[in-house]
Design a protein. Sequence first.
Length: 293
Amino acid sequence: MKNPFKKWNKKRQAEETIPPVTEEPKSEQIAEESAPLPADKSGDDGFTEWARTQTRGGIERRERNDIFEAYSVFGTDTEGNLLVRLYHRYPEHEKEFSLSYSRKLSFEEFNRRLLTELDRGDLKFSKYLSCIEKAHPDKNSEAAGELSESDEAILRDFCEAADILQNKTYLHSGSVFRCECESAVGAERLNLWFRRPLPYDALDEEIGGVKKDLIDGFDIDNLWIMGIFNRLRERCGKIQVWRLTSEWTIEQESLCLFAAQEFPGLGGILLIAVGEADSFKHFGFYSLDFSKK
C-alpha cells in the first residue's frame, strides 16, 4: 500500500531546506538603539549652574526593571528665572546622561527642593547657603551658618552637664550637632539635634504632614524632655516651644522643637529638637532634618 503522506513529507522537507528570509531592520531603528543620549549641554542655552547634587541610583519599572542614575542641577537662566534640571541615564545601556526635565520654580519651590536634597545628604550645606544667597541676595542670612568646633564644644558641655541623660554619643556634620542618649531612669532612648535657623526656615511656614502647635514649656508631657527644657530655661534669655506631631502615621509621633535665644557662647537663635530616637524618621527635611549625615 502506498504511503499517502509521502508526497506531503517531500514538500515539507523541501521547504525546510530553504533558508528563512530575514527582514533587515530599518535604519531608523538602528540609529535609535545605538545612538547615545545627548550629554549635559546646559551651558549652551544661557543656563548658569549654581549647584549639582550627588548622583543617585534606583530601579525604574517600565516594560522591565531598568537600573537608572540621576542628579539635579540648580541655577538660573538669562532672564533670572530659578530653574531645576534633572538628568538621568541607564548604565546598563551604556548611555550618557540626558535631560529629563527643566522646570521654572518660584523662590519657595526652589528653597523646598534644595531642602529636600539636603535631607537626602546629596547637597552640602555650604552649597545650599550659596544658592539661597544668589537666588535672594537681599535676604539677611547672618543667622545661618555651620556649627564650628568651638560651638560643638559648648553644646557637648551642655549635654554632659545634663545628669538626667546617660550613655551619650555625639555626631557632628558641620550643620547639625546630635546627641544620642538614654534617660537616667527607664533607659528611654532620646535624641537632641542642634542647628541654627536657615535664611528661609520651615519653622516660619506651614509644614506638610506635620501639625505644629506653639505651647508653653510646662505643657511638655515627657518628664525627660521637660528636664531638658528646664536646663535651657536656666541658661537662655528666651525659649519658644513647638510640639510637632506627625500626621503620616497612626501613632502620631511627636517631637519638641525649642527656639532658644542667647544661648551662652553662641548668641542668636539655636534650634533644638528633642524626642524619642525612633520618632525622628517621621519628621522630614521641612521641619527638622536638612542633613542626615
